[in-house]
Design a protein around this ligand. Structure first.
Ligand code: S3P
Length: 174
């Protein structure tokens, strides 16, 4: 693992569903002795299950909860934040987090993405809970590729969580 000091600014992970943000974020936080925030988990704690928010109040309400949370978190320092896959697609949220720290986008091929979300459970992800989740993944990836490309990409295909964490550490200590 690379040596050197890690700046106190926030480390924020974005990337498509199934890119490994939560596993990588919690391992990174544990290694650095930092507080770990999973934005989906905070929203669930405050507002209930994500599928219920989407079904009863609509996606716009979920996005509003994300914006409120982004404002809170961007005012803090030394956090490791794993964000929901659509959160930093919002340019205002992306700017807010960029000004409070370093943002990395975990990337994965469509095949890896599908395999991971199937293993994790599609029902918790209302955007993929459709008759053809593969097609939906392809559609969303195409829609979002430009937005994700604004961040520093960290590839995850064929890599372990420890290898991805190490890659991020090398970059922040560099
Ligand atoms: C979403 C991703 C999910 C969750 C919600 C919407 C998205 O988080 O925030 O279902 O728009 O990509 P994960 O990326 O942690 O699955």
């Amino acid at each position: 693992m690379a040596g050197g000091a890690v700046p106190e600014h926030n480390i924020v992970l974005t990337g498509f569903m199934g890119s490994g943000k939560s596993s990588v974020g919690s391992a990174l936080a544990a290694l650095l002795g930092r507080r770990f925030i999973d934005t989906d988990a905070v929203i669930v704690e405050r507002h209930g299950p994500i599928p219920t928010i989407f079904a009863e109040h609509g996606e716009a309400t979920f996005r509003m909860h994300e914006r409120e949370l982004a404002d809170e978190l961007a005012d803090e320092t030394a956090l490791v934040v794993s964000t929901g896959g659509g959160m930093l697609i919002d340019p205002a949220i992306a700017e807010r987090f960029k000004s409070s720290g370093r943002v990395f986008c975990l990337t994965a091929s469509p095949a890896t993405t599908i395999a991971r979300v199937r293993a994790d459970g599609i029902v918790d992800r209302p955007l993929l809970d459709t008759a053809d989740p593969e097609a939906r993944v392809a559609e969303l990836l195409a829609e979002r590729s430009e937005a994700y490309a604004r961040f520093e990409a960290v590839p995850t295909d064929g890599r372990t969580v420890a290898e991805i964490v190490d890659d991020i550490l090398v970059r922040i200590r560099g």
